[in-house]
Design a protein around this ligand. Structure first.
Ligand code: 3PG
Length: 310
């Protein structure tokens, strides 16, 4: 039976990626609806009502959206983190949730270095900066993005360590990093720590004073993961206590924290206003097309790979 697939992206894909996603959906004989750059929840509630499947990015798919989605069987997050989707309510309603892990990993990894070089070189203001070569980089989690960051870091001549409770020391070595023995060990060793953890009940608010105080002189924390993993009150305390500490983030913190950072510590902070890690043509195409293909595979061949709410 013909299906309706909604591509709902508050932050749109490139036109080429969008068009290729639509082409895959149409090739399967389905109807493709596109909702881009929408503001507020109403357009999504309206558009999802007739969808059998939806492709989303960081779009919020909560209980209210799922309630409006009377025909929905599958939501594919075109990306890695699915913390904006209420997976439990989806499961209760018989809606499968998938992600497309790894598809935008290289884009995020390249952004890490773009932001790090800019910061280490004093934001190109002419003041003396420092090089990444010879510095120690700690990867907090070693999934697809962590591994891509490790590969690039080698090219910069950095020493790379990683800690991830879900990855064995052998797998970390095979991925080109040295395993740290604990999270504390990782932060103690690393002048640069790059976060690659998802936002979960366990990780939310977990990056604070305890870990950041362990970092050696010239410490820089780079966050291309999620704002929720940071304990913002403690981050500000660390800024007060350490004149050497820098924070580089692809995700803006709460407004109050952002304005304190700007007012008091501007020279040591770099924060993107729009999350840009996955905003490359290549990542849009990789993640978007993978999502569209997963939808066709699910309906036509019963493929259940990448379901995260089994
Ligand atoms: C992800 O989880 O895949 C990244 O954070 C990218 O998110 P975005 O598609 O909303 O830019």
């Amino acid at each position: 039976m013909s299906k309706t697939v909604l591509l709902a992206c508050e932050k749109p894909f490139s036109a080429a990626a969008r068009d290729e996603v639509v082409a895959i959906i149409k090739q399967a004989g389905y109807t493709a609806n596109v909702l881009e750059s929408y503001k507020g929840k109403a357009p999504l509630l309206d558009a999802i009502a007739s969808a059998d499947a939806a492709i989303v990015r960081s779009d919020v798919i909560d209980a209210e959206v799922l309630e409006a989605a009377k025909q929905l069987k599958l939501v594919v997050r075109a990306g890695a983190g699915y913390d904006t989707i209420d997976t439990a309510t989806a499961k209760a309603k018989g809606v499968a949730v998938m992600n497309t892990p790894g598809q935008n990993a290289n884009a995020v990894a390249e952004l890490v270095f773009g932001m790090l070089v800019y910061t280490a070189r004093s934001k190109f203001n002419g003041k003396v900066g420092s090089e990444l070569k010879g510095k120690t980089l700690g990867l907090h989690a070693f999934g697809a993005v962590g591994r891509a960051v490790a590969a690039i870091a080698k090219g910069f001549g950095m020493s790379v360590y990683a800690f991830d409770p879900f990855v064995t020391p052998e797998q970390i070595k095979a991925g080109g990093a040295e395993p740290a023995s604990s999270l504390e060990d990782l932060y103690t060793r690393s002048q640069y720590v790059s976060l690659h953890i998802p936002a979960t009940a366990e990780t939310k608010g977990s990056i604070g004073k305890k870990l950041l105080s362990l970092m050696p002189a010239g410490a820089t924390l780079i966050n291309t993961a999620r704002k929720e993993v940071i304990n913002e009150a403690e981050l500000l305390e660390v800024f007060e206590a350490r004149k050497d500490f820098r924070y580089v983030s692809d995700i803006a913190p709460s407004d109050a924290t952002a304005s304190t950072l700007k007012e008091k510590f501007d020279a040591r902070v770099l924060i993107n206003t729009v999350k840009s890690g996955a905003q490359t043509e290549e990542a849009n195409v990789n993640a978007g097309l993978a999502a569209a293909r997963q939808i066709v595979g699910f309906f036509e061949r019963g493929e259940k790979n990448f379901i995260v709410n089994k």
